[in-house]
Design a protein around this ligand. Structure first.
Ligand code: PMP
Length: 395
């Protein structure tokens, strides 16, 4: 099979599954009106499939800060953090993150994806072991591959399985990086952090927690699962992203280990890419301030989460194991998931369709993400639409 034949096979697989004219993936968004509303084709739609958990993409403070930064510093840095791309804003944001987590240091990266690539491949290398949750995000898998370390998976959220695998490693557990996520991106469940921390201490391993979906969402000040569980001091490295609760693009790693800083000199995804734009840094700094103070936003977010989760459960939808801003309905077949996705869009609601192999256990998901700024009218419309589709699609 030639290189191009392989891509033809991708096209054929897509055609077999998806009806002509339905742009499920990369759906064109024609206009964006607010954090929760946009236009797709001729229809005004409600966003219920973004990661805009606090709705900060339209926060006035963030937009003003971005505009001012473009005016003062231009549209891009045109260079790596290692060369000409570390402006005062980049360094200030690193200090602000370190202060937020009350820890020694922080590195800011160009995306959350690169934060994982850079951190994992900077920490682990040939001869080391990465022991990762089976449901890990693609950026974690890719970071592990880039590292050259041996990759071992433990059963999703199963600390006993993690312990068993560490025990088998014997002395090598000391050069093992364990990786888990605060909230898992597909089913919205939290890691059993207390159990994982106990196991990692017992075997003298190192723990990296990706708080991409839990930053801004969990904990009094929004630090994530580390704050909700009171285990901040017990996690070695935390990574996260600016592209969800912070409403921008970029990523970070924070740690109390002074060695974190050395990743700047060895991590290819940090060195060989341009740094975040001044506008991105400025809006993220403003957003981080709002996130820290966002107790009321989190209260509103969780009110919406509990409302939708219990409504869908009552309607008989199969859901992820616990309420969280990621609410996934689990369908039996890709066709059912597609029908639900299409039905929602026809009623003006945009959600994410996630099909195997991108899903845990090969399930087909219709993945909703709830925002603090969804109004009660919008949430009512969502509930009624899911009820209506339950009657029509699944009868
Ligand atoms: N980690 C997790 C768990 C994620 O879900 C994502 C994005 N979906 C990332 C990292 C990467 O973040 P970004 O999209 O900001 O690059």
């Amino acid at each position: 099979m030639s290189l191009l034949d392989k891509l033809d096979a991708v096209a054929a697989a897509r055609k077999a599954l998806l009806p002509e004219g339905v742009e499920v993936f990369g759906t064109p968004i024609e206009e964006v009106y607010s954090s929760t509303e946009a236009r797709i084709g001729d229809h005004r739609i409600l966003f219920l499939g973004t990661n805009n958990y606090l709705g900060l993409t339209f926060a006035q403070e963030c937009r003003d800060a971005a505009q001012e930064a473009i005016h003062n510093e231009g549209t891009g840095t045109t260079g790596s953090r290692m060369a000409n791309g570390s402006y005062s804003g980049h360094r200030a944001l690193e200090r602000e993150f370190a202060e937020f987590y009350q820890c020694g240091s922080c590195i800011v990266f160009t995306t959350g994806y690169q934060a994982n690539l850079a951190t994992i491949s900077g920490l682990a290398g040939a001869g080391d072991i990465v022991l990762i949750d089976g449901d890990s995000h693609a950026s974690i898998y890719d970071g592990c591959r880039l590292s050259g370390a041996e990759i071992i998976r433990f059963r999703h959220n199963d600390a006993a399985d993690l312990e068993k695998r560490l025990r088998r490693l014997g002395e090598r557990s000391r050069s093992t990086l364990i990786i888990a996520e605060g909230i898992y991106s597909m089913l919205g469940d939290r890691a059993p952090l207390a159990d994982i921390v106990k196991v990692k201490d017992a075997y003298n391993s190192t723990l990296l927690l990706d708080e991409a979906h839990s930053l801004g969402v969990l904990g009094e000040t929004g630090q994530g699962l580390v704050e909700e569980t009171g285990l901040l001091d017990r996690v070695d490295f935390i990574t996260g992203t600016f592209s969800k609760s912070l409403g921008g693009i970029g990523g970070y790693c924070v740690s109390n280990h002074p060695q974190l800083d050395q990743l700047r000199y060895v991590s290819r995804p940090y060195i060989f890419t341009a740094s975040p734009t001044p506008a991105t840094i400025a809006s993220t700094r403003a957003a981080l301030k709002l996130l820290r103070e966002g107790v009321e936003l989190r209260r509103q977010l969780w009110k919406n989460v509990h409302q939708l989760y219990s409504q869908l459960k009552e309607l008989g939808y199969r859901l992820g194991p616990e309420p969280s801003p990621v609410i996934a309905t689990i369908l039996e077949t890709p066709q059912q998931a597609l029908a639900l996705w299409k039905g929602l869009l026809e009623q003006g609601i945009y959600v994410n369709l996630v099909l195997p192999p991108a899903t845990p256990e090969g399930n087909s998901l219709v993945r909703c993400s709830v925002s603090a700024v969804h109004t009660s009218e919008q949430m009512d419309h969502v509930g009624k639409t899911f009820a209506m589709l339950r009657e029509t699609i699944f009868q």
